[in-house]
Write a protein that binds this ligand. Sequence first.
Ligand SMILES: Cc1cc2nc3c(=O)[nH]c(=O)nc-3n(C[C@H](O)[C@H](O)[C@H](O)COP(=O)(O)O)c2cc1C
Length: 167
Amino acid sequence: MNELNIMEAAAFTSPNPLALICSQNEDGTTNLAPICFVSYLSFDPPMVGFSAGKQSHTGRRVRETGKVILTVPGESLAGAVMACGSSTGASVHKAAEYHVEMKAVEGSDILIPADTKLAMVAALEQTVETGDHILHICRVEKFLGDAGKKGLFAWNGFGKAAPAAEG
Ligand SMILES: Cc1cc2nc3c(=O)[nH]c(=O)nc-3n(C[C@H](O)[C@H](O)[C@H](O)COP(=O)(O)O)c2cc1C
């Protein structure tokens, strides 16, 4: 075996789970950021976690508002997902800039992309500093899914968003 760094290891675990994290900007619009550091954490109550870099606008807004929707983006969003990963909601209104059609979710002020396979409406419960990231531990209030859509995963580590082949 060869010794690897963490980026090379992430390529070995591809396709990696990919969430498009939806959070609320100060002006009420929704910010979008792809995050691969995401996992289920508990069945009962249903809990999920995601880890965001300390400078991340998404992390800051989720800590300020206590609210987030974690989504699995549909395949039409492959290009937009990568674009959302190379700009920050601190200065760019990503949904408008990258022409992502958004839709409302009942009971939430945060919008989600119209092409969404799974949405997890969640509330922040706890944060844990994890090296250069902050782990956000969230309780899921509602899961919404569309079985007819193909979800995106991250390939080649975090380098490309594409569906996973079955089998
Ligand atoms: C496929 C992919 C996966 C990513 N995964 C993470 C991640 O797990 N954690 C993280 O902090 N940033 C991750 N990023 C980078 C953020 O999406 C990027 O820093 C983005 O600009 C953050 O936007 P924000 O400042 O609006 O939150 C990823 C980017 C891509 C393209």
